[in-house]
Design a protein around this ligand. Structure first.
Ligand code: C5P
Length: 417
Protein backbone atom coordinates (compact mmCIF):
# COMPACT_ATOMS: atom_id res chain seq x y z
CA UNK A 1 0.00 0.00 0.00
CA UNK A 2 1.59 3.21 -1.07
CA UNK A 3 -0.59 6.06 0.06
CA UNK A 4 2.35 8.44 0.52
CA UNK A 5 4.18 7.94 -2.78
CA UNK A 6 6.38 10.98 -3.56
CA UNK A 7 5.28 12.71 -0.37
CA UNK A 8 7.91 14.54 1.65
CA UNK A 9 7.38 14.34 5.38
CA UNK A 10 9.42 16.28 7.89
CA UNK A 11 9.12 14.39 11.16
CA UNK A 12 9.77 16.49 14.25
CA UNK A 13 10.54 14.45 17.37
CA UNK A 14 10.24 16.12 20.77
CA UNK A 15 11.16 14.91 24.26
CA UNK A 16 9.01 12.19 25.77
CA UNK A 17 9.07 8.47 26.38
CA UNK A 18 7.07 7.93 23.15
CA UNK A 19 10.04 9.31 21.15
CA UNK A 20 11.27 5.74 20.59
CA UNK A 21 8.10 5.07 18.55
CA UNK A 22 9.32 7.55 15.91
CA UNK A 23 11.65 4.81 14.62
CA UNK A 24 8.69 2.60 13.67
CA UNK A 25 6.75 5.60 12.36
CA UNK A 26 9.59 6.46 9.95
CA UNK A 27 9.60 2.87 8.65
CA UNK A 28 5.84 2.74 8.14
CA UNK A 29 5.72 6.08 6.32
CA UNK A 30 8.57 4.89 4.09
CA UNK A 31 6.64 1.65 3.39
CA UNK A 32 3.85 3.90 2.12
CA UNK A 33 6.29 5.60 -0.25
CA UNK A 34 7.21 8.73 1.74
CA UNK A 35 10.59 10.43 1.83
CA UNK A 36 11.12 11.21 5.52
CA UNK A 37 13.57 13.68 7.06
CA UNK A 38 13.92 14.08 10.79
CA UNK A 39 14.44 17.01 13.11
CA UNK A 40 14.93 16.37 16.85
CA UNK A 41 14.74 18.70 19.81
CA UNK A 42 17.44 18.55 22.48
CA UNK A 43 15.05 16.73 24.86
CA UNK A 44 14.17 14.12 22.20
CA UNK A 45 17.85 13.13 22.03
CA UNK A 46 17.66 12.07 25.68
CA UNK A 47 15.23 9.31 24.62
CA UNK A 48 16.53 8.14 21.22
CA UNK A 49 19.72 8.98 19.35
CA UNK A 50 19.90 11.01 16.13
CA UNK A 51 22.09 8.23 14.73
CA UNK A 52 19.23 5.72 14.94
CA UNK A 53 16.83 8.02 13.14
CA UNK A 54 19.49 9.00 10.60
CA UNK A 55 20.09 5.34 9.77
CA UNK A 56 16.36 4.72 9.39
CA UNK A 57 15.48 7.86 7.43
CA UNK A 58 18.60 7.71 5.24
CA UNK A 59 19.17 11.45 5.77
CA UNK A 60 21.21 13.47 8.28
CA UNK A 61 19.09 14.37 11.32
CA UNK A 62 18.98 18.08 12.04
CA UNK A 63 19.14 19.02 15.71
CA UNK A 64 20.23 22.63 16.06
CA UNK A 65 19.54 25.88 14.35
CA UNK A 66 23.16 26.90 14.34
CA UNK A 67 24.83 23.79 12.94
CA UNK A 68 26.82 24.90 9.90
CA UNK A 69 27.17 21.35 8.59
CA UNK A 70 23.46 20.44 8.46
CA UNK A 71 22.59 23.96 7.32
CA UNK A 72 24.93 23.48 4.40
CA UNK A 73 23.07 20.27 3.40
CA UNK A 74 19.66 21.96 3.57
CA UNK A 75 19.08 25.29 5.29
CA UNK A 76 16.23 25.50 7.80
CA UNK A 77 13.96 27.66 5.64
CA UNK A 78 14.60 25.35 2.69
CA UNK A 79 13.80 22.35 4.92
CA UNK A 80 10.51 23.91 6.04
CA UNK A 81 9.52 24.52 2.42
CA UNK A 82 10.75 21.08 1.28
CA UNK A 83 8.11 19.32 3.37
CA UNK A 84 4.63 18.51 2.09
CA UNK A 85 3.77 17.91 5.75
CA UNK A 86 5.53 18.76 8.98
CA UNK A 87 4.47 16.16 11.54
CA UNK A 88 5.50 16.55 15.16
CA UNK A 89 5.25 13.09 16.75
CA UNK A 90 5.44 12.84 19.67
CA UNK A 91 4.58 16.44 20.53
CA UNK A 92 5.22 17.26 24.20
CA UNK A 93 3.17 19.74 26.26
CA UNK A 94 6.18 22.06 26.32
CA UNK A 95 6.58 21.97 22.56
CA UNK A 96 2.87 22.68 22.02
CA UNK A 97 3.15 25.63 24.42
CA UNK A 98 6.15 26.98 22.55
CA UNK A 99 4.50 26.89 19.12
CA UNK A 100 1.27 28.32 20.59
CA UNK A 101 3.42 31.18 21.92
CA UNK A 102 4.98 31.74 18.50
CA UNK A 103 8.47 30.99 19.75
CA UNK A 104 11.41 30.20 17.51
CA UNK A 105 13.95 29.27 20.15
CA UNK A 106 15.17 26.06 18.54
CA UNK A 107 15.28 24.47 15.09
CA UNK A 108 11.89 22.72 15.25
CA UNK A 109 9.87 25.70 16.48
CA UNK A 110 11.64 27.88 13.89
CA UNK A 111 10.69 25.43 11.13
CA UNK A 112 7.05 25.59 12.25
CA UNK A 113 7.17 29.38 12.11
CA UNK A 114 8.75 29.35 8.65
CA UNK A 115 6.53 26.63 7.11
CA UNK A 116 3.72 27.45 4.72
CA UNK A 117 2.41 23.91 4.10
CA UNK A 118 0.45 21.38 6.12
CA UNK A 119 1.41 20.88 9.78
CA UNK A 120 0.23 18.32 12.29
CA UNK A 121 1.02 17.34 15.86
CA UNK A 122 0.52 14.01 17.60
CA UNK A 123 0.47 14.87 21.31
CA UNK A 124 1.94 12.44 23.85
CA UNK A 125 2.10 13.28 27.55
CA UNK A 126 0.86 12.36 31.00
CA UNK A 127 -2.95 12.49 31.26
CA UNK A 128 -2.92 15.33 33.82
CA UNK A 129 -0.67 17.41 31.55
CA UNK A 130 -3.03 16.77 28.62
CA UNK A 131 -6.05 17.75 30.74
CA UNK A 132 -4.35 20.84 32.12
CA UNK A 133 -6.28 23.95 30.97
CA UNK A 134 -3.07 25.57 29.70
CA UNK A 135 -2.42 22.62 27.34
CA UNK A 136 -6.09 22.53 26.32
CA UNK A 137 -5.98 26.25 25.51
CA UNK A 138 -2.75 25.87 23.52
CA UNK A 139 -4.16 22.96 21.50
CA UNK A 140 -7.37 24.89 20.70
CA UNK A 141 -5.26 27.88 19.65
CA UNK A 142 -2.86 26.03 17.36
CA UNK A 143 -5.82 24.24 15.76
CA UNK A 144 -7.19 27.66 14.77
CA UNK A 145 -3.77 28.37 13.26
CA UNK A 146 -4.18 25.37 10.95
CA UNK A 147 -2.35 22.64 12.85
CA UNK A 148 -3.99 19.22 12.51
CA UNK A 149 -4.17 17.33 15.81
CA UNK A 150 -3.73 13.55 15.54
CA UNK A 151 -4.90 11.85 18.75
CA UNK A 152 -4.04 11.42 21.52
CA UNK A 153 -5.23 7.94 22.48
CA UNK A 154 -6.47 6.93 25.90
CA UNK A 155 -5.14 4.08 27.99
CA UNK A 156 -2.33 2.94 30.24
CA UNK A 157 0.56 5.42 30.24
CA UNK A 158 4.30 4.87 30.63
CA UNK A 159 4.06 6.51 34.10
CA UNK A 160 1.49 3.89 35.15
CA UNK A 161 -1.51 6.25 35.09
CA UNK A 162 -4.53 5.71 32.88
CA UNK A 163 -6.18 8.38 30.75
CA UNK A 164 -5.88 10.44 27.56
CA UNK A 165 -2.40 11.40 26.38
CA UNK A 166 -0.93 8.31 24.74
CA UNK A 167 0.63 8.77 21.32
CA UNK A 168 -1.85 7.58 18.68
CA UNK A 169 -0.87 4.05 17.58
CA UNK A 170 1.46 3.94 14.58
CA UNK A 171 -1.14 2.63 12.10
CA UNK A 172 -3.58 5.34 13.26
CA UNK A 173 -0.85 7.94 12.70
CA UNK A 174 -0.04 6.63 9.23
CA UNK A 175 -3.76 6.67 8.34
CA UNK A 176 -4.04 10.24 9.60
CA UNK A 177 -0.99 11.29 7.56
CA UNK A 178 -2.41 9.58 4.46
CA UNK A 179 -5.69 11.45 5.06
CA UNK A 180 -3.78 14.72 4.54
CA UNK A 181 -3.09 13.64 0.93
CA UNK A 182 -6.29 12.19 -0.45
CA UNK A 183 -5.95 10.29 -3.71
CA UNK A 184 -8.03 11.58 -6.60
CA UNK A 185 -7.89 8.32 -8.49
CA UNK A 186 -11.69 7.87 -8.66
CA UNK A 187 -12.61 11.51 -9.20
CA UNK A 188 -15.70 11.71 -11.43
CA UNK A 189 -16.60 8.02 -10.93
CA UNK A 190 -19.78 6.81 -9.26
CA UNK A 191 -19.21 3.81 -6.99
CA UNK A 192 -22.25 1.88 -5.75
CA UNK A 193 -21.70 -0.46 -2.79
CA UNK A 194 -24.09 -2.90 -1.12
CA UNK A 195 -23.30 -3.63 2.53
CA UNK A 196 -24.57 -5.32 5.65
CA UNK A 197 -27.11 -8.12 6.03
CA UNK A 198 -30.63 -8.30 4.67
CA UNK A 199 -33.70 -9.28 6.69
CA UNK A 200 -36.32 -11.58 5.23
CA UNK A 201 -39.64 -11.25 7.02
CA UNK A 202 -41.29 -14.35 8.46
CA UNK A 203 -44.07 -12.28 10.01
CA UNK A 204 -44.29 -8.62 11.17
CA UNK A 205 -41.91 -9.22 14.10
CA UNK A 206 -39.57 -12.01 12.96
CA UNK A 207 -37.03 -12.36 10.21
CA UNK A 208 -34.20 -14.46 8.79
CA UNK A 209 -30.85 -12.71 8.71
CA UNK A 210 -27.10 -13.25 9.29
CA UNK A 211 -24.16 -11.92 11.32
CA UNK A 212 -22.85 -9.40 8.78
CA UNK A 213 -21.87 -6.14 10.57
CA UNK A 214 -21.48 -4.06 7.41
CA UNK A 215 -17.99 -2.93 8.51
CA UNK A 216 -16.15 -4.06 5.37
CA UNK A 217 -18.71 -2.43 3.05
CA UNK A 218 -18.64 0.82 5.03
CA UNK A 219 -14.80 0.79 5.00
CA UNK A 220 -14.93 0.43 1.21
CA UNK A 221 -17.37 3.35 0.99
CA UNK A 222 -14.90 5.51 2.97
CA UNK A 223 -11.92 4.36 0.89
CA UNK A 224 -13.75 5.07 -2.40
CA UNK A 225 -14.81 8.48 -1.08
CA UNK A 226 -11.20 9.21 -0.04
CA UNK A 227 -10.22 8.52 -3.65
CA UNK A 228 -12.80 11.20 -4.54
CA UNK A 229 -15.48 8.93 -5.99
CA UNK A 230 -19.15 9.80 -5.62
CA UNK A 231 -20.36 6.96 -3.42
CA UNK A 232 -23.81 5.43 -2.93
CA UNK A 233 -24.00 2.91 -0.11
CA UNK A 234 -27.04 0.62 -0.28
CA UNK A 235 -27.12 -0.68 3.25
CA UNK A 236 -29.05 -3.36 5.05
CA UNK A 237 -29.73 -2.83 8.78
CA UNK A 238 -26.44 -2.16 10.66
CA UNK A 239 -25.32 -0.34 13.80
CA UNK A 240 -22.92 1.83 11.80
CA UNK A 241 -23.03 5.54 11.07
CA UNK A 242 -23.00 6.51 7.40
CA UNK A 243 -19.49 7.70 6.46
CA UNK A 244 -19.23 11.42 5.76
CA UNK A 245 -20.02 12.56 2.21
CA UNK A 246 -21.48 9.18 1.22
CA UNK A 247 -25.12 8.82 0.13
CA UNK A 248 -26.69 5.98 2.07
CA UNK A 249 -29.85 4.26 0.91
CA UNK A 250 -31.32 2.16 3.73
CA UNK A 251 -32.97 -1.10 2.77
CA UNK A 252 -34.26 -4.06 4.74
CA UNK A 253 -34.83 -7.06 2.49
CA UNK A 254 -32.95 -8.58 -0.45
CA UNK A 255 -35.80 -7.46 -2.71
CA UNK A 256 -35.40 -3.83 -1.53
CA UNK A 257 -31.64 -4.10 -2.09
CA UNK A 258 -32.18 -5.58 -5.56
CA UNK A 259 -34.47 -2.70 -6.63
CA UNK A 260 -32.12 -0.03 -5.22
CA UNK A 261 -29.13 -1.61 -7.00
CA UNK A 262 -30.89 -1.96 -10.36
CA UNK A 263 -32.13 1.65 -10.11
CA UNK A 264 -28.51 2.78 -9.66
CA UNK A 265 -26.95 0.84 -12.59
CA UNK A 266 -27.49 3.39 -15.34
CA UNK A 267 -25.38 5.89 -13.49
CA UNK A 268 -22.78 3.56 -12.00
CA UNK A 269 -19.12 3.03 -13.00
CA UNK A 270 -18.09 0.55 -10.31
CA UNK A 271 -20.39 -1.78 -8.38
CA UNK A 272 -19.11 -3.53 -5.25
CA UNK A 273 -21.42 -6.14 -3.73
CA UNK A 274 -20.25 -6.63 -0.16
CA UNK A 275 -23.69 -7.28 1.32
CA UNK A 276 -24.38 -10.66 2.84
CA UNK A 277 -27.66 -11.05 0.98
CA UNK A 278 -29.96 -13.73 2.36
CA UNK A 279 -30.08 -16.53 -0.17
CA UNK A 280 -33.69 -17.44 0.65
CA UNK A 281 -36.82 -15.66 1.84
CA UNK A 282 -40.13 -17.00 3.17
CA UNK A 283 -42.52 -17.53 0.25
CA UNK A 284 -45.43 -15.96 2.09
CA UNK A 285 -44.60 -13.85 5.15
CA UNK A 286 -47.54 -13.95 7.57
CA UNK A 287 -49.59 -10.73 7.82
CA UNK A 288 -49.98 -11.15 11.58
CA UNK A 289 -47.54 -12.42 14.21
CA UNK A 290 -47.47 -16.21 14.10
CA UNK A 291 -48.82 -17.54 17.42
CA UNK A 292 -47.56 -20.61 19.23
CA UNK A 293 -51.11 -21.92 19.00
CA UNK A 294 -50.74 -21.79 15.19
CA UNK A 295 -48.33 -24.73 15.43
CA UNK A 296 -49.89 -28.06 14.71
CA UNK A 297 -49.95 -30.64 17.48
CA UNK A 298 -46.49 -32.03 16.59
CA UNK A 299 -45.00 -28.71 17.86
CA UNK A 300 -43.24 -27.84 14.65
CA UNK A 301 -44.03 -25.43 11.89
CA UNK A 302 -42.73 -25.32 8.36
CA UNK A 303 -41.75 -22.11 6.63
CA UNK A 304 -41.37 -22.53 2.92
CA UNK A 305 -38.44 -20.58 1.48
CA UNK A 306 -37.77 -19.43 -2.04
CA UNK A 307 -34.50 -18.20 -3.51
CA UNK A 308 -33.83 -14.44 -3.63
CA UNK A 309 -32.76 -12.84 -6.89
CA UNK A 310 -28.99 -12.63 -7.21
CA UNK A 311 -28.32 -8.88 -7.16
CA UNK A 312 -24.72 -8.88 -8.30
CA UNK A 313 -25.36 -11.39 -11.09
CA UNK A 314 -28.17 -9.12 -12.35
CA UNK A 315 -25.85 -6.10 -12.25
CA UNK A 316 -23.06 -8.00 -14.05
CA UNK A 317 -25.54 -9.23 -16.66
CA UNK A 318 -26.78 -5.74 -17.51
CA UNK A 319 -25.94 -4.59 -21.08
CA UNK A 320 -24.25 -1.48 -19.68
CA UNK A 321 -22.62 -3.28 -16.79
CA UNK A 322 -20.31 -1.38 -14.47
CA UNK A 323 -16.97 -2.86 -13.36
CA UNK A 324 -18.40 -5.42 -10.95
CA UNK A 325 -16.73 -6.64 -7.77
CA UNK A 326 -18.18 -9.37 -5.55
CA UNK A 327 -17.29 -10.88 -2.19
CA UNK A 328 -17.32 -14.54 -1.31
CA UNK A 329 -17.46 -15.37 2.39
CA UNK A 330 -16.29 -18.94 2.86
CA UNK A 331 -15.12 -21.18 5.68
CA UNK A 332 -13.20 -23.71 3.56
CA UNK A 333 -11.46 -23.88 0.16
CA UNK A 334 -11.98 -20.11 0.12
CA UNK A 335 -10.11 -19.30 -3.09
CA UNK A 336 -11.45 -22.22 -5.06
CA UNK A 337 -15.11 -21.37 -4.30
CA UNK A 338 -14.48 -17.70 -5.03
CA UNK A 339 -13.03 -18.54 -8.45
CA UNK A 340 -16.19 -20.51 -9.25
CA UNK A 341 -18.34 -17.50 -8.30
CA UNK A 342 -16.20 -15.13 -10.39
CA UNK A 343 -17.16 -17.20 -13.45
CA UNK A 344 -20.72 -18.10 -12.49
CA UNK A 345 -21.72 -14.51 -11.68
CA UNK A 346 -19.65 -13.01 -14.52
CA UNK A 347 -17.70 -10.68 -12.20
CA UNK A 348 -14.56 -8.67 -12.91
CA UNK A 349 -13.12 -9.13 -9.44
CA UNK A 350 -13.99 -11.17 -6.38
CA UNK A 351 -12.71 -10.87 -2.85
CA UNK A 352 -12.48 -14.26 -1.18
CA UNK A 353 -13.16 -13.75 2.45
CA UNK A 354 -12.14 -16.29 5.11
CA UNK A 355 -14.84 -16.19 7.81
CA UNK A 356 -13.66 -19.34 9.59
CA UNK A 357 -12.13 -17.66 12.68
CA UNK A 358 -13.48 -15.20 15.26
CA UNK A 359 -10.51 -12.86 14.58
CA UNK A 360 -11.55 -12.26 10.96
CA UNK A 361 -14.56 -11.79 8.71
CA UNK A 362 -18.09 -11.32 10.04
CA UNK A 363 -18.36 -8.83 12.91
CA UNK A 364 -14.59 -8.62 13.41
CA UNK A 365 -12.34 -5.57 12.89
CA UNK A 366 -10.00 -7.57 10.65
CA UNK A 367 -10.29 -9.52 7.46
CA UNK A 368 -8.24 -12.21 5.75
CA UNK A 369 -8.82 -11.97 2.01
CA UNK A 370 -7.54 -13.07 -1.36
CA UNK A 371 -8.46 -10.89 -4.31
CA UNK A 372 -9.02 -12.58 -7.69
CA UNK A 373 -9.45 -10.47 -10.79
CA UNK A 374 -9.51 -10.84 -14.52
CA UNK A 375 -6.53 -9.56 -16.47
CA UNK A 376 -7.26 -10.31 -20.13
CA UNK A 377 -7.92 -14.05 -20.32
CA UNK A 378 -6.05 -14.72 -17.06
CA UNK A 379 -7.32 -14.61 -13.52
CA UNK A 380 -4.77 -13.05 -11.18
CA UNK A 381 -4.65 -13.68 -7.48
CA UNK A 382 -3.38 -11.44 -4.67
CA UNK A 383 -3.42 -12.87 -1.14
CA UNK A 384 -3.59 -10.14 1.50
CA UNK A 385 -2.39 -10.84 5.04
CA UNK A 386 -4.79 -10.56 7.99
CA UNK A 387 -5.30 -6.80 8.28
CA UNK A 388 -7.82 -4.16 9.32
CA UNK A 389 -10.94 -3.82 7.20
CA UNK A 390 -9.83 -0.24 6.42
CA UNK A 391 -6.55 -1.49 4.96
CA UNK A 392 -8.32 -4.26 3.03
CA UNK A 393 -10.67 -1.61 1.61
CA UNK A 394 -7.84 0.66 0.52
CA UNK A 395 -5.99 -2.16 -1.22
CA UNK A 396 -9.16 -3.23 -3.03
CA UNK A 397 -9.77 0.34 -4.17
CA UNK A 398 -6.15 0.52 -5.43
CA UNK A 399 -6.63 -2.69 -7.40
CA UNK A 400 -9.93 -1.44 -8.82
CA UNK A 401 -8.22 1.81 -9.86
CA UNK A 402 -5.43 -0.16 -11.57
CA UNK A 403 -7.83 -2.54 -13.27
CA UNK A 404 -10.42 0.01 -14.41
CA UNK A 405 -7.60 2.17 -15.79
CA UNK A 406 -6.23 -0.87 -17.64
CA UNK A 407 -9.72 -1.85 -18.86
CA UNK A 408 -10.33 1.65 -20.22
CA UNK A 409 -6.97 1.67 -22.02
CA UNK A 410 -7.68 -1.73 -23.60
CA UNK A 411 -11.12 -0.50 -24.76
CA UNK A 412 -9.58 2.67 -26.21
CA UNK A 413 -6.88 0.78 -28.14
CA UNK A 414 -9.52 -1.67 -29.41
CA UNK A 415 -11.66 1.26 -30.59
CA UNK A 416 -8.72 2.91 -32.38
CA UNK A 417 -7.53 -0.29 -34.13
O1 C5P B 1 -23.28 -16.82 -3.82
P1 C5P B 1 -22.79 -16.01 -2.68
O2 C5P B 1 -23.88 -15.48 -1.79
O3 C5P B 1 -21.67 -16.59 -1.89
O4 C5P B 1 -22.12 -14.76 -3.40
C1 C5P B 1 -21.62 -13.69 -2.69
C2 C5P B 1 -21.60 -12.45 -3.57
O5 C5P B 1 -22.84 -12.33 -4.29
C3 C5P B 1 -21.49 -11.19 -2.74
O6 C5P B 1 -20.84 -10.23 -3.53
C4 C5P B 1 -22.95 -10.83 -2.50
O7 C5P B 1 -23.11 -9.46 -2.20
C5 C5P B 1 -23.58 -11.22 -3.82
N1 C5P B 1 -24.98 -11.65 -3.73
C6 C5P B 1 -25.97 -10.87 -4.30
N2 C5P B 1 -27.27 -11.28 -4.27
C7 C5P B 1 -27.62 -12.45 -3.71
C8 C5P B 1 -26.62 -13.28 -3.15
C9 C5P B 1 -25.30 -12.84 -3.17
O8 C5P B 1 -25.66 -9.78 -4.80
N3 C5P B 1 -28.88 -12.82 -3.72
Amino acid sequence: MTRLTNKRILLGVTGGIAAYKSAELIRRMQDEGADVRVVMTAAAQEFITPLTLQALSGHPVATTLLDAETESVMGHIELARWADLILIAPASADFIARIAGGQGDDLLTTLCLAADGAMAIAPAMNQAMWRNPATARNVVYIRTKGFLIFGPDEGLQACGEVGPGRLLDIEGLVDAVAGVFPSQALRGRHVVITAGPTREAIDPVRFISNHSSGKQGYALASAARDAEARVTLISGPTQLEAPDRVTRIDVISADDMYHAAIAAIDDCDIFIGVAAVADYKPVLPADQKIKKSDAPSNRSITIELIENSDIIAAVAGHPERPYTVGFAAETQDVVQYARGKLDKKNLDMIVANDVSGSDRGFNSENNQTTVLYRAGIDVREEALPLMSKGNVARRIIELIVEQTGATQMAALSEASS
